[in-house]
Ligand binder design. Structure first.
Ligand code: ADP
Ligand code: MG
Ligand code: ZN
Length: 479
């Protein structure tokens, strides 16, 4: 029998608010442990939470962008369980009345457009972070409460993802959207974006859902894809043997590339949700909703299409440039200063992209500014520097933050266009290479390139190649 996988995702993204969900503590990543805490986020008895309005606004943005319906009257609820990373022994979340529900996100797989249903978009608070270690034969666990109480958006899909390809596209599109909305930095290596996947199989063509297995704590696209692939295989083998799938929660073992049970049958968790008595219901007024809706940014797909129309870029370039909001913004800022879209696109997608790639960072963290690129390209246009020098200037700008003109002045990189200055160098190169001169005499024009290359080398790339070309011809003919 042939089986079809059914996949659902639960996504947690930390919101980019300056302060936490229910207190004024800062949310900056990387501070020394337990320095960003207070009685509220440490769960002391008797303290009162105060809702962060910005966080609600951010989740509202996400819900609207995911085409959700909005619960205009909503409440917070307590999800009760005890764990060392949860000092209150409950998490403030939303269950019955999520801020957003019943939406969709568009993805494209092999040229085909699909809408993946979104069941639920809600707010909750993050837990602290447990750090397990070992020293001198002793195992220990440490806890950092800096993360405790950072606002999260949880996005739950309907079980409508049908393949690994769709799964990957969905994650890429969702991350792209969250970055465009500027509600999360989505840094998976810092835990700002985390996934849980549910997987079941069913006979191909069936419309019923099979028993699902949930895989927790997936912290990268790679982990999600690896875990889901392994889980599909595992279930397939069980079903082929005529066995039943047990509903359970698994963890991904990246080393062995298998999913392993975390909790087995026991009793299913009962979180005893009940309304949070310390927070009044939230009312989303018409005015608030309208305001948030009006201030949404242009979405990736629209921006991509506009780049093609407005700047005459090839679709592929437009796609790459709008893949992140940061690169799209960089591009438009640069083009506003130098009206050469294709040139700017080329430099961004080759030279700068490769510098970013070497440093393993994204456009969000690009140290180079659009002003610097525009300045350098102007020098190139004006013939102040040669194309070859331009690349080194770019790298120097990227590393030092200086502008192109400063670098050119400091390093003496100004292009040599003065024939009187270049002629003796060409002369010398010709004198040093009698064999090549002989070849030229016998009609081999290819050696022209060799001479030009030698002159460029002698001038460390500063000579103007057109003028060198002309001089080489002239001086060779004169021989
Ligand atoms: P719960 O309330 O137990 O958390 P939900 O119905 O909210 O369960 O679903 C949680 C996640 O599991 C969602 O992402 C959903 O798409 C997915 N899911 C639910 N049923 C299945 C199934 N049979 N196969 C695969 N995924 C499923
Ligand atoms: Mg759930
Ligand atoms: Zn606090």
């Amino acid at each position: 029998m042939e089986f079809e996988p059914v996949i659902g995702l639960e996504v947690h993204a930390e919101l980019l608010t300056k302060s936490k969900m229910f207190c004024g503590c800062p949310t900056k990543f990387g501070a020394p442990p337990n320095t960003q805490t207070c009685p509220v986020c440490l769960g002391f008895p008797g303290v009162l939470p105060v809702v962060n309005k910005k966080a609600i606004e951010y989740v509202l943005k996400v819900a609207i962008a995911l085409n959700c319906r909005i619960n205009r009257h909503t409440i917070f609820e307590r999800k009760n369980y005890y764990y060392p990373d949860l000092p209150k022994a409950y998490q403030i979340s939303q269950k019955r009345l999520p801020l957003g529900y019943d939406g969709w996100l568009e993805i494209e797989v092999d040229g085909e457009i699909r809408h993946i249903g979104i069941a639920d978009v809600h707010i909750e608070e993050d837990t602290g972070k447990l750090i397990h270690g070992e020293e001198g034969g002793f195992e220990f666990s440490l806890i950092d409460y800096n993360r405790s109480g950072i606002p999260l958006v949880e996005i739950v899909t309907k079980p409508e993802i049908r393949s690994l390809k769709e799964l990957e596209e969905f994650m890429v599109a969702l991350r792209q959207l969250l970055l465009y909305l500027e509600v999360s930095d989505c840094k998976m290596e810092q835990g700002s974006l985390r996934f849980e996947a549910s997987v079941s199989l069913r006979p191909k063509g069936s419309s019923e859902l099979g028993t699902r297995v949930e895989i927790k704590n997936l912290n990268s696209f790679k982990a999600v894809l690896g875990a889901v692939e392994a889980e599909i295989k595992r279930q397939q083998q069980l079903l082929m043997r005529g066995e039943k799938i047990q509903q359970q929660t698994m963890l991904w073992n990246e080393k062995l590339r298998i999913t392993e049970p975390m909790r087995t049958k026991e009793t299913a968790h009962d979180y005893r949700y009940f309304p949070e008595p310390d927070i009044p219901p939230i009312v989303i007024t018409d005015e608030w909703l309208e305001n948030v809706g009006k201030n949404l940014p242009e979405f990736p797909k629209q921006r991509m299409q506009r780049f093609v129309e407005q700047y005459g870029l090839p679709i592929q370039d437009a796609k790459l440039l709008t893949a992140s909001k940061a690169s799209a913004d960089f591009f438009e800022r640069c083009v506003s200063m130098l009206q050469q879209p294709k040139t700017v696109a080329n430099w961004m997608l080759t030279e700068i992209q490769s510098l970013l790639h070497d440093d393993q960072i994204g456009w969000e963290d690009c140290p180079l500014k659009p002003e610097q690129l525009a300045g350098m390209l102007k020098l190139l246009n004006d013939g102040v520097i040669s194309g070859r020098i331009a690349k080194s200037v770019l790298e120097e700008m990227y590393r030092t933050g200086k502008d192109a003109q400063t670098i050119v002045n400091e390093m003496g990189l100004v292009q040599i266009t003065d024939e009187a200055q270049l002629r003796p160098i060409v002369d010398r190169v010709i004198a040093e290479n009698p064999d090549a001169v002989e070849k030229f005499r016998k009609g081999d024009e290819k050696v022209l390139g060799f001479f030009v290359g030698q002159v460029m080398r002698a001038t460390k790339g500063r000579a103007n190649p057109q003028i060198v070309n002309k001089l080489v011809r002239e001086l060779l003919k004169g021989r």
